[in-house]
Design a binder for this molecule. Structure first.
Ligand code: ATP
Length: 252
């Protein structure tokens, strides 16, 4: 049984300029060392939940990480957005090591960690490039490494591959699965793409357009499978069924 890392109980969220709750009394848990994927229609409140977990916006109800109430952003929860802004005038390696430098780590420690991460994201050769010289997929890899550099316990990713082409997106999904296994990190990821959810998620949580909460969470037996290229007819049928089940809930 995995341990609970994030626990949300009766969580409600309102923005200063909204009269009604955007999220209304939702409950969920994110376990240690899982990839928890949240799917749902546009505008249902996925990013709002992620931002509350990050500590960017306040929420009513209970929201805690390892038993400690979340009240503000923390190094322990690293965030990657769809278009994460890097420091364009810094090199790749400086971008990755920036947070560690700010936290006062020694140059040797920073070098060691940056080397390791450059290798994981496959950008060792580009370490001296400025980030404006990189492709979109490379930039997202740097953004992920920059967050990983901090050894955050939880990686929060809001549509991290939404702006990438299908091929790059596919490779990035594999990268996330590899990182997840190597770094033993926990991940909370939002995606619009059900195939991505099924490929990456340990569990998949679903929202619809009107309940303002997570309505169901599924364990996912297909994690790691390239769901778009299956040569086993039985598995393909099972995945189709699973996908339809999720889609019906999203549209419910
Ligand atoms: N800063 C804000 N102030 C007021 N309302 C907001 C703010 N951010 C989001 N909202 C509203 O909250 C609701 C949920 O938005 P949110 O961005 O969380 O949805 P989402 O499911 O992540 O959407 P998408 O998939 O399109 O990114 C929407 O009605 C949105 O208009």
């Amino acid at each position: 049984m995995l341990e609970t890392l994030i626990k949300a109980n009766n969580l409600s969220i309102k923005y200063p300029n909204t009269t009604e709750n955007v999220i209304d009394k939702t409950d969920f848990e994110i376990c240690d060392n899982e990839i928890f994927v949240l799917v749902g229609p546009s505008g249902c409140g996925k990013s709002t939940i992620l931002q509350a977990v990050a500590g960017f916006i306040p929420a009513d109800g209970d929201l805690s990480m390892s038993g400690q109430k979340i009240t503000e952003p923390d190094w322990n929860r690293g965030v990657v957005f769809q278009n994460s802004s890097l420091y364009p005038w810094f090199t790749v390696e400086k971008n990755i090591g920036f947070g560690l430098k700010a936290r006062g780590f020694s140059p040797e420690k920073i070098h060691q960690r940056v080397d390791y991460l450059l290798d994981i994201i496959g950008l060792s050769e580009q370490r001296k490039s400025k980030t404006f010289e990189l492709s979109g997929g490379m930039k997202q890899r740097v953004a992920i490494a920059r967050v990983l550099a901090n050894k955050s316990e939880l990686l929060l990713m809001d549509e991290p591959f939404g702006a990438l082409d299908a091929f790059t997106r596919f490779r990035m999904q594999q990268l996330i699965l590899d990182i997840w296994q190597k770094e033993k990190t926990s991940i909370f990821m939002i995606t619009h793409d059900l195939n991505e959810a099924i490929r990456c998620g340990s569990r998949i949580a679903v929202m619809n357009n009107h309940d303002k909460k997570i309505i169901q969470t599924f364990s996912n037996q297909f994690q790691g499978i390239d769901v778009e290229n299956i040569d086993d007819f039985d598995i393909e049928k099972k995945i189709d069924k699973f996908r339809s089940q999720i889609l019906n809930l999203i549209n419910s």
